[in-house]
Design a protein around this ligand. Structure first.
Ligand code: BT5
Length: 258
């Protein structure tokens, strides 16, 4: 199961909106479209707590910093859940972390988190997360999640990407969706009641802690060091030979393990 020659028609069926609603349960209102540019854009247009937008073919997915997220039809899970977090401002940066935990928990123990919230399997990216706060509706968080589920190698944009299928995991997109929205609710509840415990859960899923990393900072500096801690604000602490740096935003590259 390792290259683009394989074709598995039954697993390329479109999503079924009724099955998605059933999987999400009564706490969520599922809005479904066969194709749309971006679930985050749709959700940010008319956010309401409990709305979750799913599209089967996202045609112009957004990453962080104007990057893009690439997904062919019927093979990935692209969704945006709207939360009304009701958190103090200093806790908002923890939302992307609990979203990563929800995905990692739904996927299973092989899924690990690269700080802040990329989901990896065998150190390759299987899921990206983009949490946005719509300017017109600042009490809401739009939690966008894109997971490579059934892509074969030739359908992935980068050699550093993988899919659940390529990793040997046979996962139904609808069941995965149900598990993720349940995890988001649990994660938010824990974040509200006991943020320390939510962070501790996050740390247990981290692939970054203890690794040698390069961090590409927003001011274009690149720092190399040891990822030694994720602090109580969810920031990454990196130790270099000359400094101990607390990083709130940036792109992390793990050094190879070999
Ligand atoms: C992310 O950004 O990883 C956040 C991606 C969020 C996508 C979801 S899908 C549902 C919702 N609606 C949206 O419009 N977006 C969200 P970032 O960390 O900036 O990573 C983006 C980079 O990941 C790109 O520049 C590529 O290098 C890489 N990439 C793009 N598509 C990928 C894929 N399918 N698998 C793995 N890597 C990918």
């Amino acid at each position: 199961m390792s290259d683009g020659k394989l074709w598995d028609p039954p697993r390329r069926r479109p999503l079924d909106p009724a099955a998605l609603s059933a999987a999400a349960g009564p706490a969520w209102r599922v809005e479904y479209a066969e194709a749309a540019p971006s679930t985050n854009a749709l959700a940010a247009d008319h956010p309401e707590a409990g709305l979750v937008v799913v599209v089967d073919h996202q045609t112009a997915g957004r990453g962080r910093l104007d990057r893009s997220w690439a997904t062919p039809a019927h093979v990935s899970l692209t969704m945006s859940a709207v939360l009304e977090p009701d958190l103090p401002p200093e806790r908002w940066p923890l939302l992307p972390l609990i979203a990563g935990v929800a995905v990692a928990t739904a996927v299973g123990p092989r899924a690990k988190l690269k700080w802040p919230n990329d989901v990896l399997i065998d150190d390759q990216k299987v899921c990206g997360i983009l949490v946005e706060r719509p300017a017109a509706f600042p009490s809401y968080a739009v939690v966008g999640i894109g997971i490579n589920v059934d892509q074969v190698r030739s359908e992935l944009p980068l050699p550093t990407a993988t899919s659940l299928r390529l990793a040997g995991l046979d996962v139904d997109r609808t069941e995965l969706f149900g598990a993720i929205v349940a995890g988001l609710r649990d994660g938010l509840a824990e974040l509200r009641s006991d943020p320390g415990a939510a962070l501790q859960t996050y740390r247990t899923h981290s692939a970054t802690l203890g690794r040698s990393v390069s961090v590409y900072l927003p001011d274009d500096r690149v720092v190399h060091g040891l990822a030694c801690e994720i602090d109580d604000d969810g920031k990454l602490v990196v130790e270099t030979p000359t400094e101990r740096l607390v990083v709130g935003a940036g792109d992390v590259v793990h050094a190879r393990l070999d």
